[in-house]
Ligand binder design. Sequence first.
Ligand code: AR6
Length: 172
Amino acid sequence: MTDVEIECVRGNIASQPDVDAVVNAANADLLPGSGVAGAIHSTAGPGLNRECRGLAPIRPGQAVITSGHDLPNSHVIHCLGPVYGVDEPSEPLLADCYRNALLLADQRGLSSVAFPAISTGVFGYPIHEAARVAVQTVMGTLVRLTSIRLVRFVLFSEQDLAEFQQALRRFS
Ligand code: AR6
C-alpha cells in the first residue's frame, strides 16, 4: 500500500475528470434514478443505460463495472448499497460495496477511483456511521491491491465532507 493517497473533496461525482473510475450509488436494476445515479447516467448518456441492461439486477454489497461512455472517466463501478434498516446487517453490506469496487478497479489495472457516500441519500444510512465504514474499509482493502494510487471521496455537502475528513483523521 505504498504511496496511496486518500482524499476528501466537496463536489459532483459526475465531474471528476482526473480519475479512472467513478462509483455509482446504484439501484438493483442499474437504472438512472435520482441523486448519484441520476447525475452519472445523465452525464454518461444512453449508452451507459444500454450496457447496464445486461448486468442487472445486482444484490446489496455487489459491484459491477462498465465503461464510462460520455463521462470523462474510462469506467463506472456500480454498487448497490444497503437500504438502512431493511438490508441487514447493513454495516458489512456497506463495507462490501467499497471493498468489491476497489477489487474490481484493481483487477482492471486502474489507478484512481472516486466514491460518493454510498447509501447516505435515498437509502438513509446515517452519514457519521457511513463515513467510518467507508474509510475503514478502503484503508483495510488497499493493503491487498497493487494498481490503485488514489482514492477520492466526493461529498455533496459541507457537513458530509466534514464527517469524512474526521473519519479519515481518526483512522489514518
Ligand atoms: N455527486 C456526489 N454526491 C451526490 C450527488 C452527486 N452528483 N448527488 C447526490 N449525492 P443517493 P443512495 C450524495 O441517494 O443513498 C437513487 O435513486 C447524496 O447527498 O444518490 O445509495 C438510486 O437509483 C448522498 O449523500 O444514493 C437508488 O435507488 C449520497 O450522494 C438510490 O437512490 C448518496 O445518495 C440509492 O441511494
